[in-house]
Every structure is written in structure tokens, then in C-alpha cells.
Design a protein. Structure first.
Length: 220
């Protein structure tokens, strides 16, 4: 009912401010790359993820009505995350209107075609500097890679012997493609190609209930 009331108000734009876990710089997520979305995102930060993943997010419910973005400001309790949200809202409130504009004076680092990397089934998960008593052990500081360009051959953790393949990731056509991105070599989880990860976290409960992280391509 609340969502129906908000849609009935015919908003001119929608901004959903989020905190997250892990060492993520502030970034914007939106379904599209048109100028109104980029202009709206540039009010908050200079990192933009264009995602067509069909998740039941708040902003997706308004996609057909108005420019709609999610701003991942940073971790809860981080003063910089609060400052990002506040400064962006101040800039937004000073706009007379949201018009398509040239962004030639704003450098936006754009990621596109993201995919969610998740654990399959009930595979157990731990974080550590070496393999732990779990099916999958991810590096204790894996979130340092967020928004970095990760090279082929980078180790992200370990997979216990006898575990089988514990990951899944689906492309836009619904094909399972996790083996195109990762491989297991002598028990180590290794990247098979260059990509940019984001939303990596070291909170096991969140990683299990949501996803381990996203992989994306950097738009040149």
C-alpha cells in the first residue's frame, strides 16, 4: 500500500540512500545509462553501476515513472558515508529541475553488465588468511578489491577438497557462467579473467543470505 501511495504521487525523481558492509567507496546503481540518471548520480559520487538485474528493489518500482537511483553511501557509522549522503542531498535540493545535461566536466567511472556471485545450496563459508573448516574460505581482506580492476590469476580464497563447485552466477540471458569467471587450482579460488568486483564483504551472514559479491566490466 505504501508503494502504491508513493507511485500515485508521481515523483519527479527517486533516490534511495543505502548503507552497506565491506570497504566500498560510495557508488550509484541504476537501470540504465541515460543523462538524467548520470546527472542524478553525479550529485552524490563519481562511481556508477548500470545494472539490469531484476531484483525487487525500491527504485526499480519507479523505473517507469521517473529517474530512479540507489546510492550506496558506505558503511553504517562511517562519517564519510554520512557526509556523502548529506552533500548529495544538499546539491539535489538546490536543483530547479533535472534536465539532460552534458557531463563532460564530471568523470564518472562506469561499471556495466554486473553479475551476482552466490554460494550454491548450503555450502559453508568462512573468512581467513588460510583455509578454515568450511567449504569456502574467502580472503580475510577480500573487500579491499572493491572497485579495483582485478587481474586474471588473482586468488580470492580457498575451496575445501571434496566440496564440488560451490558457486553460481547468471548472465542477462539466465545462463550459469560462474566457471567462466573463476576456477579452483590446487584448492585456491582463482579469477579466470579481468573484472571489477564490488559489494565484497567480510560479513559471512550477509554474504550467505544475499550474495558473495558482484563482478562487472569497466566501461572504457
Amino acid at each position: 500500500r505504501a508503494l502504491a501511495l508513493l507511485r500515485g504521487a508521481r515523483p519527479e525523481l527517486v533516490v534511495d540512500l543505502h548503507n552497506n558492509t565491506g570497504r566500498n567507496p560510495a557508488y550509484v546503481v541504476a537501470d540504465g545509462l541515460d543523462d538524467p540518471l548520470l546527472q542524478l548520480g553525479a550529485l552524490f559520487c563519481t562511481r556508477f553501476v548500470s545494472s539490469a538485474i531484476d531484483l525487487p528493489t525500491f527504485t526499480r518500482a519507479f523505473k517507469d515513472l521517473a529517474p530512479s537511483i540507489t546510492v550506496e553511501c558506505g558503511t553504517a557509522g562511517d562519517p564519510q558515508a554520512d557526509a556523502t549522503a548529506y552533500a548529495g542531498l544538499v546539491r539535489l535540493m538546490h536543483l530547479d529541475r533535472l534536465d539532460p545535461v552534458s557531463l563532460t566536466n564530471v568523470h564518472m567511472a562506469i561499471l556495466e553488465h554486473p553479475m551476482r556471485v552466490c554460494l550454491r545450496g548450503d555450502a559453508s563459508l568462512a573468512f581467513g588468511e588460510s583455509p578454515a573448516a568450511a567449504a569456502v574460505t574467502l580472503d580475510l581482506e577480500i573487500d579491499r578489491h572493491n572497485f579495483e580492476t582485478v587481474a586474471e590469476g588473482t586468488r580470492f580464497g580457498w575451496v575445501a577438497a571434496g566440496t564440488g563447485w560451490p558457486f553460481e552466477a547468471f548472465d542477462a540471458q539466465g545462463a550459469e557462467v560462474s566457471r567462466q569467471w573463476f576456477e579452483i587450482v590446487d584448492g585456491a579460488l582463482i579469477s579466470r579473467r579481468t573484472f571489477v568486483p564490488f559489494m565484497m564483504t567480510t560479513h559471512a551472514e550477509i554474504a550467505r543470505s544475499d550474495c558473495l559479491f558482484y563482478v562487472a566490466s569497466r566501461r572504457e
